[in-house]
Design a protein around this ligand. Structure first.
Ligand SMILES: Nc1ncnc2c1ncn2[C@@H]1O[C@H](COP(=O)(O)OP(=O)(O)OP(=O)(O)O)[C@@H](O)[C@H]1O
Ligand SMILES: [Zn+2]
Length: 824
């Protein structure tokens, strides 16, 4: 319901409200003001009546008139959350334990967020007669400093960056005494135009800048760096605006090598200006593809919400089927949404779409500047783009009349948000399909166990494609026993079989992909003399040695120290290092195969994200013979000249320490094996392991998903894990371990108390320290609650969280609840 009234009481959700205090608050709408549901307003909030951004969620008939405050002003940019978006906001609040406004901010693109900030100026009275004001000495000192400022801008900069906490406190007093006047400035984070962009340099991100003695950042520079860390990239204008700096600050940072400027040509060519160059009618589906298409068409024609799972082996041409189905939706006068796990890895996918649908395609992902994201959002809202491709957050794209939502590689963990609101894109997609009577298509070569289970009990309609499109056979897969290699004197990271095959490939001019899921050079270092193990002081886990910058780096928090070659505690020069990372493999390849041209792809070489596409293009053009990388190279890539895949050591992934370990390993192997033999030549894959007898590895080598599914379901059923129950994880952290542990125990007690009288079957595991027990100087505990995710359970959890916020035992502990989250 949405309407306009001259006088009314409205419910408003408010920005920056704490979870424990979050609600729909009532406000009085001033006489003559008009507002609609879904429109933004500024309201006074809290004790001091500070101005906050809010969003109107409804009108009220009866409320306590006397105690209500007036809305301060209505923001004149119309309804920004429509009926569906408001429902999603409520859904997020109820299901993920976030605040209303966290939900609002997640649904809107970052660039549309509004901020209220306070700006100060010296009052005319004070300027004229400063001596007539009764000020304490400290106040006098501060006001003298402020009087010395040449402009309001300088004055506000001084307050924000130059003052310590003590001085900042005096600002409030000076406003009360009318020395200063304050203004509330409402800022939208960006305008709509796009221009020159900035991002942090690789050197700064890798810590090289700091290591090479780069100047420490000034307060303003730090603000810019923090902003860019969050935003990935933004236009110069946006940075200036949000960080309240001039472009001179950015120029300086560019000179010092902290940021770099670039033109974002990628997104421009991808979206508004794109032209269709091919016709969808030229694509002819194979028999298997046609069968899926007609089955899906039936669902789409039903006019009811539907959910289907497409299990298609790697290279079966799932994308082609998506294209045809999306074309069908458009022809029905509807719109379509397609989610991918990581856009930088699938430039080909985006190209496929723009080639066929031109500017009808909008792309949403975090590599765009805030302005570009807002522009895409508006193109979608206006109906100029009726197909949206994007990563997780694109699931909220303001499409109207959706016909189909496709989620590619549906089991990928990137679909789950790891910060509040902790939502799973699949669940949001389901909500949207219900709303629009649309069809949801989940697709993968290795579906998540949960989706496969729902398909097996008939809740999802199941479609399968068992053949590759161009090459009738899947690659041959061999397990290589590394124990035998070691026993027979081969201590290298390459088994003889794999080394021989790499040699063959080099001779034949065919390409090879090597997977090792650890970056860096050595992953463990200790002193032989005193036994000291080099660990991160913040996280207490072993540091990884990086040869490229001669540093030891923590892969959890980024802590970096230069490796001196001597033990820090005893000074000995005998340092023992073990554990192989991708950098070391790159070295070993150059020793074993000096002529090979090697491309390394891991988080260290691709920090700016833009390197992905360039490097993959070079590899595709044959400029490299071997690509070695972490799991980022395992999925989605389609290079026809790759005929060999080697997995250097898979064991660690099997024992990842949570119930998803086997599922993830099976999926990783299937995906990476699927990268070879996609053209006319058959592929082969070698999996090196110290546990060649492990059944998961054997099933993965056989590419036998069905049997893996059966066995894994048995285990999950016996031990009670999803999909046979839901899991609610409580994560707790604190700088003090004892406080964290005590707080965790209190949380369990509060939960048990709230549970009383409900008769809900649950099992509580823990509290226990997380497997990485300390990150960024904070100790981490977790509680696992096996439960059934329903309204009753969630209400118990909500009550527990509210109690926990009030409990003194949890005063110094941060905590969150996460339904069915991935457990690290
Ligand atoms: N009907 C078709 N006509 C022409 N080419 C096709 C057709 N179907 C698939 N292909 C080609 O086959 C190759 C594999 O297709 P695609 O990348 O869509 O497979 P996929 O199922 O998504 O694989 P993966 O799960 O490994 O990512 C691509 O190069 C694609 O262009
Ligand atoms: Zn660390």
């Amino acid at each position: 319901m949405s309407g306009r009234y001259d006088k009314a009481i409205v419910s408003v959700v408010v920005d920056k409200a704490l979870y424990s205090f979050d609600n729909e608050f009532d406000y009085y709408l001033p006489q003559g003001a008009k507002v609609s549901i879904g429109q933004r307003v500024i309201v006074p909030f809290g004790k001091g009546g500070k101005k906050r951004v809010g969003l109107v969620t409804g009108f009220k008939q009866n409320a306590d008139y006397g105690r209500l405050k007036d809305i301060y002003c209505v923001i004149n940019d119309g309804v920004i959350l429509g009926d569906e978006a408001l429902r999603l906001m409520h859904w997020l609040k109820d299901n993920t334990f976030c605040t209303y406004f966290d939900a609002v901010k997640t649904i809107l693109p970052g660039g549309m967020a509004l901020n209220v900030s306070q700006r100060y100026a010296i009052s005319d009275e004070f300027r004229k007669a400063p001596d007539s004001f009764a000020l304490e000495p400290a106040e006098q000192a501060v006001s003298a400093m402020l009087l010395g400022c040449k402009s309001d801008r300088e004055l506000n900069d001084m307050i924000e960056y130059g003052f310590d906490e003590q001085q900042k406190k005096l600002i409030g007093r000076l406003s009360e005494k009318s020395v200063l006047v304050s203004l509330d400035i409402i800022k939208q984070r960006v305008g709509s135009e796009t221009e020159k962009n900035v991002r942090l340099t690789d050197s700064y991100l890798s810590g090289e800048y700091a290591d090479k003695g780069g100047k420490p950042l000034t307060a303003k520079q730090k603000k810019v760096a923090d902003f860019l860390t969050d935003a990935d990239s933004a236009s110069v204008k946006e940075v200036c605006y949000n960080c309240v700096v001039t472009s001179a600050v950015i120029n300086n940072m560019e000179k010092n090598g902290i940021v770099e400027c670039f033109d974002n040509e990628v997104s421009r060519s991808l979206t508004a200006g794109a032209k269709a160059v091919r016709s969808i009618d030229d694509i002819v589906l194979s028999d298997e593809q046609s069968a899926v298409y007609s089955g899906m068409s039936e669902l789409m024609d039903s006019g009811k919400p539907q959910c289907a799972l497409l299990k298609g082996v790697t290279g079966s041409g799932k994308t082609t089927v998506f294209l045809k189905l999306i074309d069908k939706a458009l022809k029905q006068g509807k719109t379509a949404l397609m989610l991918v796990p990581e856009i930088s890895l699938t430039p080909q996918m985006v190209r496929n779409f723009t080639d066929l649908f031109g500017s009808n395609v909008a792309v949403i992902h975090s590599n765009l500047s805030l302005g570009q994201r807002t522009d895409e959002y508006k193109r979608i809202e206006k109906g100029e783009a009726r197909i949206v491709i994007g990563t997780r957050s694109a699931v909220f794209a303001p499409l109207d009349n959706i016909g189909i939502i496709v989620i590619d590689e549906e089991g990928e963990h990137t679909y789950k948000s790891e910060k509040s609101p902790r939502y799973q894109a699949r669940s949001i997609a389901k909500q949207r399909c219900f709303y629009h009577n649309a069809t949801l298509l989940l697709a993968s070569a290795t579906p998540s166990l949960e989706s496969a289970y729902f398909a097996s009990i008939g809740r999802y309609k199941l479609f399968e494609m068992k053949k590759r499109y161009s090459q009738p056979v899947l690659p041959d897969v061999y397990l290589v026993d590394m124990k035998v290699e070691v026993e027979t004197g081969n201590r290298s990271n390459f088994s003889r079989a794999l080394a021989d095959e790499i040699k063959n490939n080099l001779q034949r001019g065919e390409q090879t992909i090597l997977l090792l899921n650890r970056r860096g050079y050595n992953t463990y270092m200790n002193c032989i003399k005193c036994g000291e193990v080099y660990k991160c002081p913040n996280c207490n886990i072993p540091l990884t040695y990086h040869k490229t910058n001669n540093c030891m780096i923590c892969h959890y928090c980024g802590y970096t120290e230069v490796f001196t070659g001597k033990c820090k505690s005893c000074g000995s020069k005998f340092i023992y290092s073990t554990g192989t990372g991708t950098q070391r493999i790159e070295d070993e390849i150059s020793t074993l195969f000096p002529s090979a041209r090697v491309l390394r792809m891991d988080a260290d070489t691709t920090m700016s994200k833009f390197s992905y596409e360039k490097n993959f293009d070079k590899f595709k053009n044959g400029e490299y013979d071997i690509m070695v990388g972490t799991q980022m190279i395992a999925k989605g890539l389609d290079f026809e000249n790759v005929t060999l895949v080697g997995v250097l050591l898979i064991d660690k992934s099997l024992y990842a320490g949570d119930y998803l370990g086997y599922e993830k390993t099976f999926s990783l192997i299937t995906q990476v094996v699927g990268r070879c033999g996609r053209g006319s030549k058959k592929g082969r894959a070698y999996l090196q392991t110290f546990s060649p007898e492990h059944y998961v590895l054997n099933l993965a080598a056989d590419q036998n998903y069905d049997e893996f599914f059966r066995q894994e379901c048995e285990i999950r059923k016996a031990l009670l894990f999803p999909p046979y129950c839901d899991i609610c994880e409580i994560g707790l952290s604190s700088v003090d371990e004892a406080v964290c542990k005590k707080g965790s125990d209190s949380f369990v007690k509060l939960f048990m108390k709230n549970l009383e009288g409900h008769g809900i079957p649950i099992r509580v595991l823990g509290p226990s320290a997380c497997s990485v027990a300390k990150v960024n100087g904070k100790y981490r505990y977790r509680i696992i609650i096996k439960c059934k995710n329903n309204k009753e359970f969630r209400s118990v959890m909500q009550a527990t969280l509210l109690d926990a916020y009030k409990s003194p035992a949890l005063d110094k502990v941060s905590f969150f609840a996460d339904m069915n989250g991935e457990i690290i």
